[in-house]
Design a protein around this ligand. Structure first.
Ligand SMILES: *Cc1c(COP(=O)(O)O)cnc(C)c1O
Length: 377
């Protein structure tokens, strides 16, 4: 090896050894989650939503692992994500852009073999114009709004779209789709309202395959499956349905290093703003991750980390780069400089930390910062 490479290896190793947060991503567990969804969905197929860097876990690694499990349909939100992912996947994989076609992207999209999800007549016309310019037929997915008012052809554009399709077109529609607004809620009316609207659309646009379910939708039953589901969070170990036991296997664990310990006497202020005042003698540890690492500031005085199963409550405010926790429950000397505490793992799930932070698992995952040493298993 030449000396430049040696130096660069040594540097990488030093940074890795010096990392104070260790994020482990279990690609085998990801694969088992995918296969579980596949078996629930059969004969419908399971795609994978890998937007936002596969919910923060690394789109390239995740997509390649899922390709190895037989996944061929990959959904991202934005063209830039598709442009990064497309070249690293085999030709028989398809990459879809959920947020649709942006003016100016059409030719690049076509040439890179990226499939836009068309969300409006304007996008339909843009894509059709690109097909004319390239003198070929271009593939697309059509998304319909069935009650979320976010993306997709609105009801008032459907008649004109149906006419355009009847008159023959240079767009090859691969399938039609819609998205559920409340798929994680198994009770309530919105899912069945959206399903009813989707079956009207299927009547208006006969002969097309349909994609409907996200993770939650997979668990709503066959009626929601169509031919292709688009799970995201469930693949990554998040709970697909609210208020029910999570059937998915955790994929992510996170350990963070202690960077200082101390004992404080009653009356001592802890952290920014002196927001927490010790009521008794306390032993504290400062750990090396904060809101810049995706541990939300609203965990201040609320959340906890764990050490060998013992809960260590967060005291005072979460800082940008560190959090102070109460380690009084541990034997003295149990934690020292460099000890690792569990942020996500066997004692604290994504759902636990999301609940403490008043948010959802999606936001925790996608927020995990890039200062952690990432290890793929
Ligand atoms: C994000 C997204 C999904 C995946 O949703 P999960 O709840 O993570 O399974 C599926 N479809 C669309 C249109 C999305 O935007």
């Amino acid at each position: 090896m030449d000396s430049d490479i040696l130096v660069s290896h040594a540097r990488t190793a030093a940074i890795t050894q010096g990392a104070t947060g260790h994020l482990r991503i279990d690609l085998a567990a990801l694969g088992r989650n995918y296969r579980k969804l596949v078996s629930m969905l059969a004969p419908a197929r399971a795609g994978a939503v890998v937007k936002a860097d596969a919910y923060g876990l690394g789109a390239e690694r995740v997509a390649k692992a899922l390709y190895g499990q037989g996944c061929r349909h990959f959904f991202v939100a934005q063209f830039v994500e598709a442009a990064r992912l497309r070249p690293v996947l085999a030709r028989d994989a398809q990459v879809f852009v959920l947020n649709g076609l942006q003016p100016g992207n059409e030719i690049a999209c076509a040439e890179m073999d990226i499939v836009p999800v068309l969300n409006s007549l304007a996008q339909w016309q843009q894509w059709s114009a690109a097909a004319r310019a390239l003198r070929r037929c271009l593939p697309a997915v059509l998304q319909f709004d069935t009650g979320m008012s976010r993306l997709g052809f609105p009801p008032e554009e459907r008649a004109e779209l149906a006419t355009a399709l009847r008159n023959g077109t240079n767009i090859e529609v691969l399938f039609i789709m819609s998205h559920l607004a409340s798929a994680d809620e198994t009770e309530g009316q919105q899912n069945s309202d959206q399903l009813a609207e989707m079956s009207c659309i299927a009547d208006e646009f006969p002969g097309f395959d349909m994609s409907f379910a996200n993770s939650g939708g997979v668990f709503l039953g066959k009626a929601y499956h169509g031919v292709l589901a688009r799970p995201g969070i469930a693949l990554y170990g998040g709970a697909p349905s609210a208020g029910r036991a999570n059937p998915m296997e955790p994929v992510v664990s996170l350990d963070v290093a202690v960077v200082q310990t101390r004992t404080v006497s009653p009356g001592t202020k802890i952290g920014y703003g002196g927001a927490h005042v010790a009521q008794r003698e306390m032993r504290l540890a400062t750990i090396s991750a904060g809101y810049a690492d995706g541990l939300p500031r609203c965990l201040s005085d609320r959340g906890a980390v764990y050490y060998e199963g013992t809960r260590l409550p967060i005291v005072g405010r979460v800082s940008m780069d560190s959090i102070t926790v109460d380690i009084s429950a541990l034997p003295e000397g149990a934690l020292t400089l460099g000890s690792l505490v569990e942020v996500l793992g066997p004692h604290q799930t994504l759902e636990d930390i999301a609940r403490d932070a008043d948010t959802i698992s999606y936001e925790i995952l996608t927020g995990l910062g890039d200062r952690y040493h990432r290890q793929y298993r």
